[in-house]
Design a protein around this ligand. Structure first.
Ligand code: AMP
Length: 279
């Protein structure tokens, strides 16, 4: 497994790579969710490239950029075990040199949900992912359903800007009790870790109500809000039942619906979602 930190060095190596090239962008501090993406990429491609880059432009000024967990040595050992061929691990200066001043803005899909609470987040995400696509030149790129809106935004960018690659969505990997794996789970103390289960419990509740025939989206949002409010350590940012491609809030559920939420558990902000789909 080769570790590359310079864009120029990667560019020299790219022509000799066996295609298809599968690419997994990450911010590191890897867990089984990330590794599942790597496994999918390994199974479907000749070459697997993983990037580790904590992208400063997707963090707001009040967010956790400085404290975001990092453990590159452990990450590299895990990626080696999964059979990744190359890890691209640039510095912030390599990606954003002095004078950097071009941005990728995806439209309406970035205004809702996470976008409404994290100003500029998706501009940072779209910009860094476009840059990484241009550098890595992948055939396929793998993203987790855990960040459902990110997936919608990246797909839209790839389609609108005619980027020549396929975006592959990978289902959310969960702990045995249902908590979605996240690098940020490390912030939770034992009480908060227990309280954090409310996210999965309330998504399961939404799924049950839907399976029993509930199609009133507002009713689902209300039931979910009541359920989360009963957990004293949880504070809701949003609870959403939205169209799975436009992310517009639904009144009635007819096609596929994305049920998603963000909640603070103590000082840690967690997101999770499930798709309601007859398919
Ligand atoms: P991050 O390092 O948080 O930027 O995540 C890198 C990629 O891993 C993104 O495509 C995430 O959606 C994906 N990912 C993170 N957590 C999970 C999870 N629990 N299951 C599946 N994919 C995940």
């Amino acid at each position: 497994m080769k570790v590359v930190t310079q864009i120029q060095e990667y560019r020299k190596l790219r022509p000799a790579m066996a295609v298809p090239v599968g690419f997994v962008p990450t911010m590191g501090y890897l867990h089984q969710g990330h590794l599942e993406l790597v496994r999918r990429a390994r199974a479907e491609n000749q070459t697997v490239v993983v990037s580790i880059f904590v992208n400063p432009t997707q963090f707001g000024p009040q967010e956790d950029l400085a404290s975001y967990p990092r453990d590159p040595e452990r990450d590299l050992a895990l990626l080696e075990k999964e059979g990744a061929d190359m890890v691209f691990m640039p510095s912030a200066e390599e990606m954003y040199p002095e004078g950097f001043d071009s941005w990728v803005e995806v439209g309406r899909a970035t205004e809702r949900l996470e976008g409404a609470y994290r100003t500029g987040h998706f501009r940072g995400v779209a910009t860094v992912v476009a840059k990484l696509f241009n550098i890595v030149q992948p055939t396929r790129a793998y993203f987790g359903q855990k960040d459902a809106q990110q997936l919608v935004v990246i797909k839209k960018m790839v389609s609108d800007l005619n980027l020549d690659l396929e975006v592959v969505a990978v289902p959310t990997v969960r702990e045995s009790d249902g908590l979605a794996m996240s690098s940020r789970n490390i912030y939770l103390d034992p009480n908060e870790r227990q309280a954090a289960l409310v996210l999965w419990q309330v998504l399961s509740l939404a799924q049950e109500l839907w399976q029993e025939g509930e199609r009133d989206a507002e009713r689902l949002r209300q039931e979910m809000t009541l359920f989360i409010d009963a957990e004293p350590l949880a504070r809701i940012d949003y609870v959403s039942v939205a169209d799975s491609s436009t992310l517009e809030e639904l009144s009635r559920i007819e096609g596929a619906a994305l049920v998603s939420m963000a909640a603070w558990i103590g000082k840690t902000r967690l997101i999770d979602n499930v798709m309601l789909d007859t398919k």
